[in-house]
Design a protein around this ligand. Structure first.
Ligand SMILES: C[S@@+](CC[C@H](N)C(=O)[O-])C[C@H]1O[C@@H](n2cnc3c(N)ncnc32)[C@H](O)[C@@H]1O
Length: 306
């Protein structure tokens, strides 16, 4: 459930040759040549990005966007409901986490902590964490409104401030994984804090849509970018500082990261667009969603103790 549109008319359009109309061209380092021969800080492009830059960009973006994100999507997510994706898939129907009553559950990249509050209502002991203080402030406001309190922690998913084997279940609905430079580190950290036999289920952008323009309609149904390009999509301010980043792994990369963390991969769910769901969310919508999946949900677990 990332947000800015990498094909947005307001910021130029990256076409299949990686040119940016009306702005200039991106070279292999993502630097824009504005056409007058002068190098300018890039507005957006595909870059190799280091973990610290990704972390800083995500904090800047999500702190700034938190209130608008909740205003735009909060009603759809529900104050205390567990929505896996813009298709509207709910944990109350999918039950990917199993029975959580009495379990210690960690929500990774919890945002407004809607999922965490739903888990609390199911009887789980829940900790939600997020990198963004802005998102956590939204979560606290929801807690005050709903009267459902969960523990909230500010943390980075690549360095969890939790003890080894302290959690029964971990979950994430588009939290952290699509934004970090090293999603393998997230897999390793979650595997570390999970108890043997514990589940880790996360939804993220489907790798295939990396190739497609960020558009829910017909225009989104053309391959314009290489599936194999692992550089991060980044946006920059006038000083050239990254202020938004989204990262990519192929399906094979995701499987390798999960397996390398010592986890068992049980399923990769590629939801079809549900009949009757008309709401669009960024590049998610019924038109493109009728042809290709935009979400993937990875169902994994830590092997049980011998
Ligand atoms: C698309 S929102 C999803 C939030 C929530 N799960 C929802 O469905 O609304 C992504 C969240 O991931 C958080 N995030 C991004 N990078 C992170 C990181 N490295 N560690 C923890 N959270 C991160 C953002 O701050 C944001 O709240």
């Amino acid at each position: 459930m990332g947000s800015p549109e990498n094909d947005a008319a307001t910021s130029g359009t990256i076409d299949s040759t990686d040119t940016i109309d009306s702005t200039g061209t991106i070279d292999s380092t993502g630097t824009i040549d504005g056409g007058d021969g002068e190098e300018q800080p890039p507005a957006y492009g595909y870059l190799d990005i280091d973990p610290e830059t990704a972390r800083r960009a995500s904090r800047i973006y999500w702190d700034d966007a938190a209130a608008d994100y909740q205003a735009e999507h909060g009603a759809f997510l529900g104050d205390s409901d567990f929505c896996w994706s813009p298709e509207g898939l709910r944990e109350s129907e999918l039950r990917l986490l199993g029975d959580v009553a009495g379990r210690t559950v960690l929500e990774v990249g919890c945002g407004g902590a809607q999922c965490a509050r739903w888990l609390r209502r199911q009887g789980a002991r829940v900790v939600g964490f997020d990198l963004s203080g802005g998102q956590l402030a939204q979560a606290r406001a929801y807690a005050a409104r709903t009267g459902i309190e969960v523990a909230l922690v500010q943390a980075d998913a690549v360095a969890l401030p939790f003890a080894d084997e302290s959690v029964d279940v971990a979950c994430s609905a588009f939290g952290a994984v699509p934004f970090v430079a090293d999603s393998g580190a997230v897999m390793r950290e979650v595997a570390r804090v999970l108890r043997p036999g514990g589940r880790w289920v996360f939804s993220t952008t489907h790798p295939f849509v990396w190739c497609l323009p960020d558009d829910p309609d017909e225009n989104g149904l053309r391959v314009f970018h290489s599936y194999f390009d692992r550089r991060a999509y980044t946006e920059h301010d006038e000083q050239g500082q990254a202020i938004y980043t989204e990262t990519h792994r192929t399906i094979g990369d995701r499987v390798r990261e999960i397996v390398a963390a010592g986890l068992i991969l049980h399923d990769i769910i590629e939801p079809e667009w549900p009949a009757g769901q008309e709401r669009t969310w960024g590049q998610w919508g019924p038109v493109r969603g009728g042809y290709v999946p935009s979400t993937s949900i990875f169902v994994t677990s830590r092997p049980p103790a011998r």
